[in-house]
Every structure is written in C-alpha cells, then in structure tokens.
Design a protein around this ligand. Sequence first.
Ligand code: AMP
Length: 542
Amino acid sequence: MQGLMMEQPLLVASLLVHAERHHGAQEIVSRRVEGDIHRYRYRDLAQRARRMANALAGLGVQPGERVATLAWNGYRHMEVYFAASGSGAVLHTLNPRLHVEQLAYIIDHAEDRVVFFDLTFLPLIESVASRVKSAQIFVAMTDRANMPETHSLSTKLLCYEDLIDANSDVFDWPLLDENSASSLCYTSGTTGNPKGVLYSHRSTVLHTYAAALPDSLNCSARDSILPVVPMFHVNAWGLPYIACMVGAKLVFPGPALDGESLYELIETEQVTLSAGVPTVWQGLLAHVDALGRAFSSMRRTVIGGAPCPTAMAAAFQERHGVDVLHAWGMTELSPVGTVCSLKAHQLTLPQADRYAVQAKQGRAVFGIDMKIAGPDGEELPWDGNATGDLLVRGPWVTRQYFGCDDESPLRDGWFPTGDVAKIDRDGFMQITDRSKDVIKSGGEWISSVEIENVAYLHPKVTAAVCIGARHSKWDERPLLVVVKKPDSALTQDELLAFFDGRVAKWWTPDAVVFVESVPYGATGKVLKHRLREQFADYFLPN
Ligand code: AMP
C-alpha cells in the first residue's frame, strides 16, 4: 500500500524560500575582498539571487549546465549558489589553491562556460583563460567602481553588480526533479586527475537536515555561524544551506583568515559557532593567547578535514570555554559523515578519557552507514581494536564520479573512503591511517604521485617517493625520499628548485632525504607505509 503523503521534491531553492519567508530579517555579514564589511538580510539575499537567476538565463545558461565560481566566502558567492542550483543549472565551485594547469583541466572537464570570480583571483583567471577552451564568459564579482582597468579578458568580462542591476527580481524557482544535479565539487584526494563529485538537490537537502542536528553541527536560529571552511571546499561543509534551513545569522570572512581578522569578526558579530580545519584554528588560538583575549560569544567550533589535535581541543575547552566538535567527512560525502558528539555516559568520564574520545572522528550521523573491512573484504568487529578499510554508504554519498560513466568507485555498494579506521563499541570511529596515496596539508590535497613524477624528470634521480610527514602547523607536509643516480652530486636545494613552476608552490616538498635504496614489495611496488612509519615525525621537533 502506498503512503498518502504529498510528493514535494527536496530542492535547494526551497531552503532559500524558507529563509526569506521565516527569517527574512536575519543578517548575513561579509568581509569583502574590497576590504569593507557588507551587511544585509536573508530577504535581500533571496531577492538578489532571483535577479542573478534571471541574469544566468540571459547569458543562455541551460538546465544542467555547470556555472563555475572562484571565490571566497561571501554574500555574492552565496547568491550564485542559489541562482545557479535553484534555476536548474549546476553550481561548480573551483578551488583557487590548485595549480593553474589543474584548474584549467577541471574547467574544461566540467565544460564551464560562465565563470564567476572574486577580484583577488583576476591574475589566476587571466592565466587560466588562455589555457581553457570551454569558458567564454567571466564575471568579476564586484561593482562597476571596482572593475579592473587592465586585464586580458576585456571581450569576455562582465561586472556582477551590472548583472544584478539589469535584471528583474521576479523569478519563479522551477519545480525540478529532486534527483537532478545541483552542484559539483572536484576533489584531488584521489589518485590520478581531480575527480568531480556531483551532488543532487535531494542529497543536498537530506545532508542539510542531518548536518544541522544537535548531535551533528548543532545549528539553530539563535546561532551566528562563521564558516571559515571555504565555500569552494565541499560547499563550506554545507553551512550556507544549513543556515538557511535553521535561520541562523551568517558571518563570512572573505579572504582574511588570519587569527586577528577572525577574532575581530567573531567578537563584533557575536559568532556562536565556527567551522574549519585545524590549521586555521592554530592561527586564531595563537592570536587570542598572545594578547590574552577571550571569546565573549563563541560556544562551539567544528574542527574537521584533518585530525583535531588533543592540545587544540584542550586549549579551546579549558582556556576559552569553547566546545570542540571533531568531525570527519569527505567531498564524496557532501561532506558530513561522523561527528564526535559525546554520549551522556561519556560526559562524566575523567578528563583524559574524555579527550581520548574526542580524538576520535566520531559517530555516524543518521543516513550514513559505515563499516570497516579486512584485506579480503570481510567485515571487522566494532571492538575498538580491529583496524580496516573504512567504507560508507548513504543518500549523500557519491556512487560515481562526474564524467566517469564506465567506472564505479563502489565495492559491493559501499564507497571505499581510502581511510583506515577502527570503531569502538559505542560506534565512535577513529582514523588510524590512510590507504590512498595523497597528502593533506592545511586541509588541502597534494598528490604524492605528481610530486614523484616531477622528481623522476630530474636527470640525477633514480627513485623518488613522496610521503606525508606530520607537521605541527599544516598537519602534514610532503617529504621526498630520493635515491640519486650513482656517482651524481645532487643537493636538496637543487632538487627543490626543480619544482619551481612545475607544481603549485605549496606543493613543493619541505625537505629531501637522500637514501641508498627504498623498500620494495613482492610485486615491485614501493612499500610506502614503511617509509611513512620511518619518517612520520620528520618535521616535528625532537
Ligand atoms: P576532502 O574530500 O578534501 O574533504 O577530504 C576528505 C579526507 O580528509 C578524508 O577521507 C580523510 O582522509 C581526511 N579527513 C577529513 N576529516 C578528518 C578528520 N577529522 N580526521 C582525520 N582525517 C580527516
């Protein structure tokens, strides 16, 4: 027998419609790239998003077409989020930290025709523009007065505020199929070229419900939320959508992510909840501690993307009265998978035991099913000891990468995360290692394979292995282990200089270790885990 409930598709635009109707006067505050602070309300966001939706239609954007953004966290970016997805196009957020060649690859792969960008990224856009085939229209996210005077894009460059002014704010959000695509985000956390994760309206709305729950990111209309995690990195962990759903105040930091700027914003806007990777919080804590400052409003911070060091959790909680929510997720999971929210019986544990729980990545939020598996795929027990590959499934987990129709990443219907983990009896998952061959530095990926490929181009290198070693500021930094050609003189400086222009600057390894040989396994593959173990603490002080 069929249920007798209404069929209402779950659509991204409905989040905006809800926010406008029920929280129209709630504020959205943005630090702009122009340097000033901008404030307006949800009702203004909704009105301008409708204007931008009309502008996109005027630019000939078709249903399903990808619309790219290269932008910081700010209100104009949020407008494009809803204008693109809401009107049936696909919002494609580009990561400005990628090397220009990678960006060009991604833009062409996604067939982005219209690219919105913040002024900060004009030089990057100019370099990209000469390399891409698909992009034809570039929109500078600023007003006429701030439009750049000199650039090499004049024939294709439009002004964002001109588009807003020229278009009507009457636009009916179409009733789309909830399974149609809403946004696209590429990840380089896999081997090979970056891969696109294509979210649907349904997956986005379901993820929004789950991520807002009290034992998830715990968001409400009484919150003032500062997403430090970029809107180009998995939709800022979904916070722009969550804020609309619950009617929270939103505070966008723009490009200023240093401790001083963040602290100032947190205080003036009375932020109650913030979210970001550990590297960002180190800068904030250092600033606050150096000046002996306190947080007058911030009560919770979500730390994820990399393991949250216990010292950081302790600093926030003990010195500043800010609760830490350690979370784990992936681009492929929209991104929230687990959150380390303590259960009642854990609240009374001795402090050291509580920190041991908080070092774990947490419990699965409803909707995410997880398991750990041994080498033959056999499921392992949740006993806090058995360690295996972490697999997940759920309605906001990807089943296929964009444009990779003939390959499925799934294993028997489960998505292999590339993380290695154990799970305890309370269901708390803890990551112990990574099986994917990538390095995560300051929350962003570095491909070890690409670093090795560059090293192999050097005529004096016989073998090169790139591994991630722990780093106190960046969580991990690349270390290059090299075997030189016999009788050749090669110094660290000479080899590192070889990376100039070949990879993004921050991808260049921090150090080179020259060795006589590297360990190989039976199939002739380098046993990277051995080197990872040997050099794990290379960058840490003794
Ligand atoms: P991304 O797709 O860029 O968000 O990266 C996802 C990956 O980052 C995961 O598969 C993990 O390897 C890593 N990661 C995310 N959150 C955490 C965390 N809390 N602790 C450890 N690693 C994490």
